[in-house]
Design a protein around this ligand. Structure first.
Ligand code: NAD
Length: 414
């Protein structure tokens, strides 16, 4: 048996810690961490029993040290991917890089160049590709079960409180300091659509923007902070109602409560709501990213796809309908219903994952599958089965094109 893969984590926040837990479960050994936040660093070191000499404050210190691991997870925030990704690639580490590769095309190209010229393995965190649901769907499509795909309709129901958490109050609320909503949230979906339809895209158009979470929609009596607000019981977006409702749930304590405070308790959550960004009124104007967006794609052979991402839903699995020349498939993230035109019969495949659609549930088991596939690739030196940086770069180009289209009001030809 080969030695277990030694893994370091850059950014021991929500995703970095999640991947570390999954990697340990899959047989890897956690050897080092780089994390500037003292409390997060302490909790990580304690959980993974790291030696003090393998604990660093920043990724720069870790990459400058003698090599302490075979591979590294880079789970810093969107704007902080390029520096560590380029440096660890040139230092010979195999890498899981959280999506997006980087918010801009220029930075993402630098990462692709570094990975390809140094020959390391890089998996991008496009976890949707790895779920049992996607694998089953992909097998159905490649075996020709519905003929040739002509059109696809795909919906991402972000969820009203999830949107308020991440895109109004949270880390991805401002496009300038993080990424566009389409890049932060739906680069997954455009990557997934490319993977499923599996042919080059020719044209992209997009509409959408920020419809609701703006100061002009703030009720007259609403307060600056939900803790002081008379509308707490009736407002759908009341932070006190949303977050206090999660306190007794062990899954939701990890996420989203773990984002408010490293050790969620009634007291620490109350303090975060009284003082931090997650207790602010959603109508305060702290955000600018789109709360609804549509993207249309035309593929080279004339097939089309339409995609909608929207905040105003239940947080749920994506819904997709795929229309082929010999049949159609309707999927809800768990079940695939296949209609065969020749026989007129319908069959259903149940791929129901353990857990729900959110990050707290490991995206329906897909996070764990990505980690397992990455560790296997590191051991075998074969990165074929991974969502490679080149493929991800190509699907990110759809995001940049859609954003250009949305801002310029034009159809973008690739
Ligand atoms: N694949 C998915 O489905 C998915 C889901 C959520 C987030 N993400 C992505 O994962 C990434 C991380 O998101 P998160 O929610 O875990 O963020 P987070 O803020 O919880 O964690 C980021 C961590 O990086 C640390 N950090 C900052 N500068 C650093 C440095 N110089 N060296 C080392 N660490 C540093 C921060 O202190 C923080 O703890 C983002 O790019 C995000 O878009 C992906």
């Amino acid at each position: 048996m080969s030695n277990p893969v030694r893994l370091a984590v850059v950014g021991a926040g929500s995703r970095g810690t999640n991947y570390a837990r999954l990697a340990r479960k899959a047989g890897a050994v956690l050897t080092a961490v780089a994390e500037p936040d003292a409390e997060r660093r302490r909790l990580f070191v304690e959980e993974f029993s790291l030696s003090p000499e393998n604990v660093f404050t920043t990724w720069e210190d870790l990459v400058a040290a003698p090599k302490l691991s075979d591979a590294v997870v880079i789970a810093t925030q969107d704007q902080e991917h390029t520096g560590p990704a380029v440096a660890f690639a040139y230092a010979g580490y195999d890498i899981i890089l959280e999506k997006p590769i980087a918010p801009t095309e220029e930075e993402a190209s630098r990462i692709v160049d570094a990975v390809e010229s140094s020959g390391v393995i890089m998996a991008i965190g496009h976890v949707m590709r790895y779920s049992d649901y996607t694998r089953t769907l992909k097998d159905l499509l490649t075996s020709g079960s519905i003929g040739k795909i002509v059109s696809v309709e795909h919906l991402e129901p972000i969820g009203w409180w999830h949107f308020a958490h991440s895109y109004v109050r949270g880390n991805w609320r401002n496009a300038e300091s993080s990424s566009s909503m389409l890049m932060a949230k739906s680069s997954h979906d455009l990557d997934w659509l490319s993977y499923i339809v599996d042919r080059p895209v020719k044209k992209v158009s997009s509409f959408g923007g920020l419809y609701w979470f703006k100061p002009e929609n703030k009720p007259g009596e609403a307060a600056e902070r939900c803790v002081d607000c008379p509308l707490q019981q009736t407002c759908a977006y009341s932070a006190t109602k949303i977050y206090e409702g999660f306190l007794d749930d062990p899954v939701y304590r990890v996420w989203p409560l773990g984002v408010l405070t490293p050790k969620p308790s009634r007291e620490s959550v109350s303090e975060a709501l009284e003082t931090g960004p997650y207790g602010e009124c959603v109508y305060n104007g702290q955000n600018d990213v789109a709360d609804h967006q549509v993207v249309n794609l035309e593929f080279e052979d004339g097939a089309t796809a339409s995609f909608t991402a929207v905040a105003f839903t239940q947080l749920d699995f994506r819904k997709t309908r795929i229309f082929g020349t010999d049949g159609s498939i309707s999927g809800d993230g768990k079940h695939l219903e296949i209609l065969d035109f020749a026989t007129g019969t319908t069959r259903t495949i149940d791929t129901t994952p353990i857990g729900g659609a959110s990050a707290a549930d490991g995206h329906g088991g897909a996070d764990g599958r990505l980690v397992e596939a990455f560790l296997r690739a590191v051991e075998s030196r074969d990165g074929q089965a991974l969502s490679s940086v080149r493929e991800s770069f190509e699907s990110h180009q759809l995001v940049w094109a859609a954003e250009r289209s949305r801002h310029l009001g034009e159809v973008v030809t690739l």
